[in-house]
Design a binder for this molecule. Sequence first.
Ligand code: BDR
Ligand code: CA
Length: 313
Amino acid sequence: MAPQKIIIDTDPGQDDAIAILLALASPEELEVLAITTVAGNVPLDKTSRNARVICELAGKTDIPVHEGCDRPMQRTLVTAEYVHGKTGLDGADLPEPKMPVASLSAVEAIIHHIRREPPGSVTLCPLGPLTNIATAFSQAPDIVERLAGIVLMGGAYFEVGNTTPAAEFNIYVDPEAAEIVIKSGIDITILSLDVTHKALITQPWLDRIVALDTPVTRVATGWLNFYERYDVEKYGGAGGPLHDPCVIAYLLRPDLFSGRRINVEIETQSDLTRGMTVADWWGVTDRPPNALFIGDVDSDGFFDLLAERLARL
Ligand code: BDR
Ligand code: CA
């Protein structure tokens, strides 16, 4: 079967970086048409730099990296250096990238690829705030029905929030963009904190990655050690959650995940609950389902897959 065509929209971030490596290590299943960057974990100049650093680390300098929106649609940018460090990729020292940013902007590239590829063949994989995606949908509404779907990391129901008591980071940063995407009518799969908080980077798994001892896994180990300290301090538990790789793992092995098709709405009005994903997990409203909301993962299977693929790079 031909590989599934994807566009990774991202704000790297160490967990974004592992997600990108997982995709780049899986060319038989996934064809990465482009990586599009957005402001999120760190400002845009850093996410664009980091995306290129990751491609160069993986030896995949032919993947175009397009620079996207530098701020949310209507809000002031909120970043997360307290999680990811000053560069967004703290934990490993890597050279400045040599590959240039591609000439089209992220929004132009998203529109271009979706219009050029056969209808129903491109899946969008957002790993950060949804600003680029919503802007592309607003500028070119025709692309929505040409998509195969969207598989994104964001939101929560049982885990509620990691940035405020009510909201997950990616949705909190640009709730208006999230609302446009969720209301677009497209088939959408949401890898929420409910599932990513079960994909914990445990010490035995990290030891396995250390033992692989390749140039890529040495860097990945540095990133993961840096990145997981924040959530371990915050939540306690066996390790930090590896959020964004769940999106790519879902594309590769959907059988490892389970969820429910439910209605999800985004809170944009309240200051108190800004960016909350109001997920009707129990079906207590008559609002029609608009998303597959993933809540569980076979974490051993997930980490086996990740270790096996990282070893390939
Ligand atoms: C999400 O926020 C970012 O910090 C991570 O990269 C992930 O995409 C988790 O809430
Ligand atoms: Ca991210």
